[in-house]
Design a protein around this ligand. Structure first.
Ligand code: AMP
Length: 548
């Protein structure tokens, strides 16, 4: 027997109409390219998104069409976020930090019809235009006529100005209802190996993810919050914050392209931001700036860090020096992206300051609505004891089942679980801790060594700013850990002093066999360590080097 409740679908447009109707005066603030501050309300976002649908229709965009964006966090980009799915088209955010070859590949793979681009990407568009001319017919620059940048497009492609198109359009569009499983947004994984793969979100998955992430034990976003996603809107939908903010009526502050410490401190304080989210590198930059300038954070209460492991320094320094809680979350493009969040349970109430900081290094508890497990090499579930580590598997309604263009269900195992590619422990309270990417784990004599654990210890050295541990081939043990460290500016690092830090913290056989001091480490377009390149360079260090 079915329940007798209404069955209206979960439309992304209804998140926005809720914001406009019930939080109409809620603010959306953007730092623009011209370094001015643009302010309007959720009511304006809704009306202008409907106007943008009319613009898209005149550009020939229809249901199911992909609309690409190459843009920083700003109000015009937000309008594309809502207009495209609202009219049954698909908002395809593209990471401008990718190599132009990858960008051309992604645009062609997605078959984007129209591209909405910030003026700062004019050179990039000019470079890729000849290679994307078969799919893209119009490039719309997200700016006013007087700020249009020079772009050379390929024959057959047209350049248009966003504000001009918007001024000429009506806002008489009425949001339609359709199947909630309709595709809404597309985001390609940046991938450290192979070609990027597309993850295609739906209205339903976006709604459920927004609901779950807004919860008190997750991002804890409410109508009185002022939230600032530093994480770019081209990186997994800014972790869903543009949707969660509208859902709750929170004020949304969009920082534009300047994400250095000084710019961040300025916008966080001047806009009274209470919660912000981004990757550790941004927070390390902010910390450095605050320490050197003597400035304080006036209103920020909580910072979410995710995307890569949280360095212990971040958690302790922001808490002890600035009274700000740094909270750790984990996710991935295939998870919309948030999967776990570290919020305490009653069992954590008695932790000392040091224990609480150490506990925050864990990536956290699974969000309600999805599930996780860890398995060994044979697929057998491992115990939740905080010690056993294995492949992390996830399942649930905002997790990809296949990549764009591939067979339905092809990303899942026979029981419907998605292998994250991360290796993790789960403790008795359900807190998950990533110990590695499965391809980065070091297999020494048949036993696994966690590269992340070793990196965390290395960066606790006062003169080390970044560390990478990779598996290097070893004649006897198959693989042994090799540590690469980057010294802080103006400092030198004695390898022995780094190795001394491991005493008593890990088993002796986990110790890196060698330490190499380097001036910098390679990163992917989303700021993660590019270990494939390090492995290619140093894989044979113990075989050909002096340390065999
Ligand atoms: P992406 O799809 O680009 O967001 O990358 C997802 C991957 O980033 C995950 O599979 C993890 O390997 C890594 N990652 C994300 N958050 C964290 C975190 N808090 N700690 C460690 N690794 C993380």
């Amino acid at each position: 027997m079915f329940g007798m409740m209404q069955t209206q679908g979960l439309m992304i447009s209804s998140i926005l109409t809720h914001a406009a109707r019930h939080h109409g005066s809620g603010e959306v603030v953007s730092r623009t390219h011209e370094n001015t501050t643009h302010r309007y309300t959720w009511c304006d976002v809704e009306a202008r998104s409907r106007r943008l649908v009319r613009v898209m229709q005149t550009l020939g965009v229809g249901a199911g069409d992909r609309v690409g964006t190459l843009a920083w966090n700003g109000f015009r980009h937000l309008e594309v976020y809502y207009a495209a799915p609202g009219m049954q088209a698909i908002c395809h955010t593209i990471n401008p930090r990718l190599h132009p070859d990858d960008i051309a590949y992604i645009v062609n793979h997605a078959q984007d019809k129209v591209l909405f681009v910030d003026s700062s990407f004019a050179a990039l568009i000019t470079a890729v235009a000849p290679r994307i001319a078969d799919s893209v017919h119009t490039v719309v620059m997200l700016t006013a006529p007087e700020n249009m940048a020079e772009v050379t497009l390929a024959p057959g492609m047209t350049l248009a100005c966003y504000d001009q198109l918007m001024d000429a359009a009506d806002d008489d569009y009425v949001w339609p209802n359709f199947d909630e499983n309709t595709a809404s947004a597309l985001c390609y994984t940046s991938g450290t190996t192979g070609r990027p793969k597309g993850v295609l979100y739906s209205h339903r998955s976006t709604w459920l993810h927004a609901y779950s992430t807004a919860l008190p034990d997750v991002l804890c976003i409410r109508a009185s919050s002022r939230v600032l996603p530093v994480v770019p809107m081209f990186h997994v939908n800014a972790w869903g914050m543009p949707y969660a903010a509208a859902l709750t009526g929170a004020a949304l502050v969009l920082p534009g392209r300047h994400l250095d410490g000084a710019s961040m401190a300025s916008i966080l304080n001047s806009e009274g931001v209470t919660f912000t989210a981004g990757v550790p590198t941004v927070w390390l930059g902010l910390l450095q700036y605050l320490r050197s300038s003597g400035e304080r954070l006036e209103t920020v209460q909580r910072i979410m860090t995710g995307g890569s492991a949280a360095p212990p320094l971040l958690i302790e320094a922001f808490r002890d020096e600035y009274g700000v809680a740094v909270e750790h979350g984990w996710g991935m493009t295939e998870l919309s992206p948030v999967g776990t969040y570290n919020a305490p349970k009653p069992a954590q109430a008695g932790l000392t300051k040091e224990q609480a900081a150490a506990h925050m290094l864990k990536q956290g508890r699974i969000l309600p609505g999805i599930d996780m497990k860890i398995v060994d090499g044979d697929g057998k579930a491992l115990p939740w004891d905080g010690v056993a580590f294995g492949d992390l598997m996830v399942k649930g309604p905002w997790i990809a089942s296949a990549y764009y263009g591939e067979e339905p269900g092809s990303a899942l195992d026979q029981d419907g679980w998605f292998a994250t590619g991360d290796v993790a422990t789960i403790d008795a309270d359900g807190f998950m801790e990533i110990t590695d990417r499965s391809k980065d784990v070091i297999k020494s004599g048949g036993e696994w060594i966690s590269s992340i654990t070793l990196e965390n210890i290395a960066v606790s050295h006062p003169d080390v700013v970044e560390a990478a541990v990779i598996a290097a081939t070893h004649a006897k043990w198959d693989e042994r850990p090799l540590l690469l460290v980057v010294p802080a500016p103006g400092k030198t690092v004695d390898p022995a002093s780094v190795l001394a830090l491991y005493a008593g913290k890990v088993a002796k056989w986990w110790l890196p066999d060698d330490v190499i001091v380097v001036t910098e480490l390679p990163h992917t377009a989303t700021g993660k360590l590019l270990k494939t390149r390090l492995r290619a360079q140093y894989r044979d260090h113990y075989v050909t080097g002096s340390k065999g």
